[in-house]
Structures are given as C-alpha cells and as structure tokens.
Design a protein around this ligand. Sequence first.
Ligand code: ADP
Ligand code: GN1
Ligand code: MG
Length: 361
Amino acid sequence: MKDILTAWKWNGSVSEPIPYGEGHINQTYAITVTSVQGAKRYILQKINTNTFKDPAGLMENVCGVTDFLREKAKQRGADPARATLHVVPTKEEKPYYQATDGSCWRIYEFVENTVCLQQVQSAEDFYQSAVAFGNFQHQLAEYPAHTLHETIPHFHDTPKRFADFQRAVAEDRMGRAAQVQREIEFVRAREAEYHVMVDLLAAGKLPLRVTHNDTKLNNILFDKTTGEGLCVIDLDTVMPGLAANDFGDSIRFGANHCAEDEADLSKVNFSMELFEIYTKGFLQAAGEAFTPLEKQTLPWGAKLMTMECGMRFLADYLEGDHYFHINYETQNLNRARTQFKLTADMERNWDAMQKVIEKYC
Ligand code: ADP
Ligand code: GN1
Ligand code: MG
C-alpha cells in the first residue's frame, strides 16, 4: 500500500494505513502525515470496483457534488472544509489513482473533531441526521442531475432486487436455502408490494430528485462539540432517485435501538418515537419542495427500503457473502433477520406511521 501512496504528493512522512470505520463496501484506512507543522490525518479508500464498475464516472459525481456543496456552505457562512468531503488530488491532478493491478484508490481529508455513529444513541442525534440528510437533498435540488453518472444501475429498483433474490434462492450455491425457508417465505409473501414506488415513478406521479441513496446513520459525521449533523459522506451512490428512499433507508437503519446484525431479535423493535423524530427533521429540512404524494409515500419508502435491504442481505448469504463485507459466517443472515423483524413491526404500525407523516405535512 505504501506504493499506492506515492501517487500523491506529501509534505511529511506518511504512516502505515490503518483499517478504519465500518462500511460494508469499500476498504477504508486512516493515514497520518507528520511534518514539522504537526500531524494531519487522511482517509484512504480502495473503491470497490466489483460494486462500482465506472470509478471515473463515480469520482466525477463525487467531485461535482462536493464542489457544489462547498459553494453552498460558503454562501451560508459554514466552514466549507467540514461541511462536505474534500477529495485530495493525485500528483497528476486526478481525483483517484489506478494502480497497475487495476485497483482504484482515493484520498479524502479527514474531517476531524467528528463522530460517526453505528447506532442511534439519543433522539437528538437522529433528529440531527434527519436535518442533515434533508438539507443535503434540498441543497442538491439545483444540481444539474443530467450530469450525474448512474453509478449502480437499478440501485433501488425493488422488483429487480426481488428477481435477483429469487435467482439466488433457485441457484442456492452454498446449500443454505433449506435452513432459511421462513425468511425466504417472508420475502416472497410481500412480492406484490415491491412495485408500489417504481410504478408511481413510471406513471410520472413521483419526481426523480438528486438523492444520496445510502442514508445510513454511519454515513454522516456529527460535530463532536455541537452534536450537529455536519458532513454527509459516502457519496458513491448519489444519483437521481426518490425522496422516499432516502427517508426510508435512514428509518430502516436508525429507527431502532440495535445493531444492524443483532442476533437477539427480541431486542430488535421499530421505534415509532424515532420514526416521528426523523420525520420531523427530514420534512422541516426538505419537505417544502415535496409534492403531497411524495410525503404520503414516505412510509412506503421506509418499508420498501427495509425489505429491499433484507432481501439483498439474504441473497448475499445464499450466494456466499461476496457483496457485503462480513466479520462472521452468519452476519448477512442476522442482518436480513433484523430487517424482516423491523418490517413486521412497521406493518403493525402502518396506520400510526401515516398519521405521523400527516402531522408534519
Ligand atoms: P463504505 O462505502 O464502505 O460505507 P464510507 O465512505 O462510508 O465507506 O467510509 C467508511 C467509514 O469511514 C465511515 O463510516 C466513517 O466512519 C469513516 N470516514 C469516511 N470518510 C471520512 C472522512 N472524510 N473523515 C472522517 N471519517 C471518515
Ligand atoms: C452498504 O457502503 P455502506 O456500508 O454505507 C450498501 C447499502 C446498504 C448498506 C446496508 C453501495 O452501505 O446499499 O443499504 O450497506 N451500499 C452499496 O448496511 O451497496
Ligand atoms: Mg458508508
């Protein structure tokens, strides 16, 4: 990896990269550059090119969006260095480096004095994350969407995800399907619902917006001092998408008090209180621009993002865990089970969820 780092110009000595963070897709490291001025940290990432087939297009998106958000931060008097990611160009002024083995690497300035949360710790954190993701979408409303590359085609196309899931079950490459029949049935039983949002989009009833598409709590850095949701990170999936999906993915990950792979399902409970807090923050920040139907369909965003993620985890478990990084054998199965438990809870709370949305419209 030391060789990789020579692609950048450093004014100091560069430390050994240390694995960092808990992302499921890229390989992330922290590095420290020490000079007479002191120590400065950076984030080094190996872009997962199995997932992202067009790293050049992806980095064009990232640079375009971060430049745009930096300008917005300056206009509102915020610190542009902390309000968005900052790509460090290589010696050749490129936004990433492609090594001789084909691997692709990028470096971001490390946003210091921040925390990244793997679980909601307080209602206030979750509210802050809602405001940050809402603002992110609101600010990018004027971004020229047609210039964005679609970094993963059909990313939130739930019927397509279901078809992929069905294929994984039929192939059963690892011989694991027999042990997870209950979970497979849970996914199949909801087939008719997977079309709801894509059909509304296809019928021209929902608008495409510039969305983040991976709005997990750990894709936000919070200011350590003020607790403010400071910087939205992980911009690899910024593409035209549905507002309800950004809303829904945050709900799936954050509106509960457990880890995404919690094995004890009695601890996995959808929290209506957190759902309401997120709704309030998200609609306060971005709701003004939404159509009535967009707001009405937010609960569908929550349910479908949760089911979609659950079927993706289960499909990956059946296929041998080649997509999401795992630390132990049944991690993707555990992740799938938490999503199904949360979905069942949402179904029981469906009317109450609609009422919460109405309250903040
Ligand atoms: P992945 O796509 O694998 O999820 P992320 O881009 O989300 O990768 O990065 C993984 C983790 O690294 C984040 O959750 C966060 O903890 C940390 N991280 C990423 N970028 C920065 C940054 N610029 N400053 C500080 N921490 C960062
Ligand atoms: C992945 O990259 P990361 O860890 O933020 C995945 C999301 C899933 C999420 C589940 C590009 O997000 O779609 O919702 O895991 N990202 C990609 O935790 O597939
Ligand atoms: Mg991430």
